[in-house]
Write a new protein. Structure first.
Length: 719
């Protein structure tokens, strides 16, 4: 017996995928233009990757004779229209067109259509049709409400292959049914498509072959075929991404030479930890181990340090930077805002005081921001260039070309998602020789593990998943803005202030004009300082203040001269005043979950019980209906909140923030497909470790290149 001769060879099948969609049978040049403009579909591949909505396949039911038809289940009845009746119920703007159908065995059923009078003209009495819907009995008659109706030729039967109807993302000009026809035609042209996935991987996960997966996701013979088809295609998307990321990482590491700077026993880093007033958490100790091993290796470190607000990342950053000093190298920490950079300077100055930092014999720690005076800056640049300043903290200002180091060993980037790739690269290139410093990027924005593993496939990830002991959960309450309890809240603030505690009141920056937002914050400040808390100190910070004014306000709050701080979101991250125990957020609906989580993280940093009140713009309690605010009051776990956020906003929105190089995930949903994320990452690591260029799997190598050429991966790489 000979195998069936394929209509096309595998390379012809590949060429077909790359062909213009206008070549698909039935696609006119006008339709091709609409496909391209409305849906971004230019090639056959684009069309086949325009997948039906998940969970929206419709089983139109088996074709049955009316006499055997089950009630309340989807069925398809073939028959002839006997007559039409159009009814207009009195007093309602509605027409009901009712067709009497007689099936081949003489059974009768009434099909009713709402507001579709035209059906009577389009399929007049005598037309042979197939109607599909749920059969119901009303009084003694059988009926189908708003069934799907297909006109049949004489003697024609409905196509069994059409029984499961997919629903495609569609537009008015290109309805789903038309896209379904095009997809079917495109599949017919496909012929013999070779599978790029190594057979071992298919077997390992029990995956369908590519050809079947594509056919079944578009034209399943039964609903149970969709899931396995989707699994295969989801796996493909994630595997190619992971392989691409792993390959890129491999190439970078091959080329790049780093510095071996292992932790030194008895060195500054070791003395720093020994001199702390508290013991590092288990998570911090594990971070020291992981980072220490990276520092010791001669290849450059690329590590992400993820930790919820207050998990103690600053300590880990300080330790990492001191490791560089122990080898006579320098270290830089870059933060996204001046407030944050200044905060880091204060924290590190205090943390490193026992080491004699900035004392005549101790290490030098300096700050460089846009507000640094010219004179100060000139001296600082000279000292950096000769290595007299070992530790530099700064904003974007440290990226400038004039900032040259003598011997940069460690780069720490805080809140890395606020920087672009080019920033990380620019810091990495600040050595005079060809070697790369070790890079640690930190984020206090918890990213769900599923996402971290996908986006940061090229980074090692350390998670500080443990808060220092003694922290208490912040009690969170959502109130409508006009709540009568506001007065009681203000009394409560006064009580806590009397006990030595402090409160934040945050007003959002949201309108088109910053000036208007600042005016709103000023208004709140006037009201609170002049009226509600006339007897207390009420400070105000916002982005329009000069550095000196802002410092003065922050300092007043920190020292306790002001007990209430009215602020815009400039305090979102990093600000650390342990006495602050109350966080009030006005118009909380306007913030995203991660922002609210950051804001709430400003309190609960000491051991006193802390509170967060989120005012919603809803007028009454009953009308507060925000899933985000509900999530905020349900948990304080940043990773859980991040998962909720991911689900609420949809995954696309997260990738948007990365601006370029969106991963090509058409089907995969990271939260739901987390299992596949993990499996594909493991498989990719294994494949690339054994055969970095995939010479043993040329088809897969080509597929990865097609999906994730080097440029796209470079853009994907974290900043
Ligand atoms: P993050 O930057 O992750 O938000 P920080 O590094 O600012 O957290 O730490 C938050 C607070 O917890 C700081 O006041 C810090 O001194 C304190 N802290 C850090 N690590 C520990 C620890 N192991 N035990 C007790 N307190 C700690
Ligand atoms: Mg911090």
């Amino acid at each position: 017996m000979t195998a069936a001769t394929p209509t096309t060879t595998s390379s012809e099948a590949q060429a077909w995928l790359d062909a213009d969609v206008a070549l698909v049978e039935g696609v006119t040049s006008r339709a091709a233009r609409t496909l391209r403009q409305a849906l971004g579909i230019a090639t056959v591949r684009d069309l086949l990757e325009h997948y039906p909505h998940q969970g929206r396949y419709r089983d139109i039911g088996e074709q049955v004779a009316l006499s055997d038809a089950p009630l309340n289940e989807p069925v398809t009845i073939v028959g002839t229209v006997a007559r039409w009746n159009v009814i207009r119920p009195r007093g309602r703007r509605l027409t009901i067109a009712k067709a009497q159908l007689v099936d081949d065995a003489g059974g009768r059923v009434e099909a009713s259509f709402f507001n579709q009078e035209w059906r009577a003209r389009q399929t007049p009495a005598g037309t042979r049709v197939a109607v599909s819907g749920t059969l119901e009995r009303f009084r003694s008659a059988l009926q189908l409400r708003n069934p799907k109706l297909v006109v049949l030729d004489e003697g024609e039967a409905p196509d069994e292959a059409d029984r499961i109807q997919p629903t495609y993302p569609a537009t008015e000009a290109l309805p789903s049914a038309r896209i379904a026809r095009y997809a079917t035609a495109a599949l017919q042209g496909l012929g013999n498509l070779a599978d790029y996935l190594p057979i071992e991987l298919r077997r390992r996960h029990g995956l369908l072959d590519l050809d079947s997966a594509l056919r079944r996701i578009h034209r399943p013979a039964g609903l149970d075929e969709v899931g396995p088809a989707r699994d295969r295609l989801v796996y493909d998307e994630l595997l190619s991404l992971q392989v691409g990321l792993q390959q890129r990482r491999y190439r970078l590491e091959c080329e790049a030479v780093g510095l071996a700077q292992p932790p030194v026993p008895g060195g500054l880093a070791a003395r720093f930890v020994a001199g702390l007033a508290f013991a590092p958490t288990g998570a911090q100790s594990r971070a020291f181990d992981g980072i220490g091993a990276d520092l010791a290796a001669a290849k450059p470190m690329h590590r992400l340090l993820q930790g919820d607000v207050g998990s103690g990342k600053t300590l880990v950053a300080a330790w990492t930077m001191l490791c560089a000093l122990d080898h006579g190298h320098q270290a830089v920490l870059m933060a996204p805002t001046e407030v944050l950079a200044e905060q880091h300077l204060r924290t590190l100055t205090a943390l490193l005081a026992p080491l004699g930092v900035n004392a005549p014999t101790g290490p030098r720690l300096e700050l460089l921001t846009g507000s640094t005076t010219r004179r100060k800056r000139r001296g600082l640049l000279a000292e950096l260039a000769v290595g007299d300043v070992g530790l530099l903290i700064g904003t974007h200002a440290v990226l400038e070309d004039v900032v040259a180091f003598d011997d940069l060993g460690v780069v720490v980037i805080d809140e890395q998602h606020r920087f672009g790739v080019e920033h990380r690269t620019r810091l990495r290139d600040k050595r005079a020789d060809q070697r790369s410093p070790d890079v640690l990027v930190m984020t206090a924005t918890p990213i769900p593990r599923s996402l971290a593993l996908t986006l940061y496939g090229d980074l090692d990830v350390t998670v500080l998943d443990e808060l220092p002991p003694g922290r208490q959960e912040v009690r969170t309450k959502v109130l409508p803005s006009a709540s009568p309890r506001r007065a009681r809240l203000y009394d409560f603030v006064r009580e806590r202030v009397a006990a030595g505690e402090r409160a934040y009141v945050v007003c959002p920056l949201v309108s088109e004009s910053e000036a208007l937002d600042v005016a709103a914050a000023e208004e709140v400040h006037r009201h609170l300082s002049g009226d509600v808390f006339a007897d207390l100190g009420v400070a105000l910070v916002h982005g329009r203040l000069s550095g000196a004014e802002r410092d003065a306000a922050m300092e007043a709050f920190r020292s306790g001269a002001a007990q209430v701080l009215v602020a815009t979101t400039v305090i979102e991250v990093g600000v650390d005043v342990p006495e602050a125990t109350i966080m009030i957020v006005e118009d909380a609906d306007r913030f995203g979950i991660s922002q609210l989580h950051q804001l709430r993280g400003r309190v609960g940093r000491g051991t006193a019980r802390s509170y967060c009140v989120l005012f919603s713009s809803a007028p009454t309690d009953d009308e507060v209906d925000s899933p985000r605010l509900a999530a905020m009051s349900a948990t304080t776990d940043g990773f859980k909140l991040a998962e909720t956020d991911l689900e609420l906003r949809g995954e696309g929105s997260l990738f948007d923030t990365r601006q370029s190089g969106l991963p090509d995930l058409k089907l995969a949903k990271l939260v739901r497909d987390f299992g596949w994320v993990v499996r594909s990452r493991e498989d990719a690591r294994e494949l690339v470790a054994g055969d970095p260029e995939l010479t043993g799997h040329p088809l897969l190598a080509a597929e990865v290149r097609r999906r994730y050429g080097d440029e796209r991966l470079a853009a994907l790489e974290t900043g």
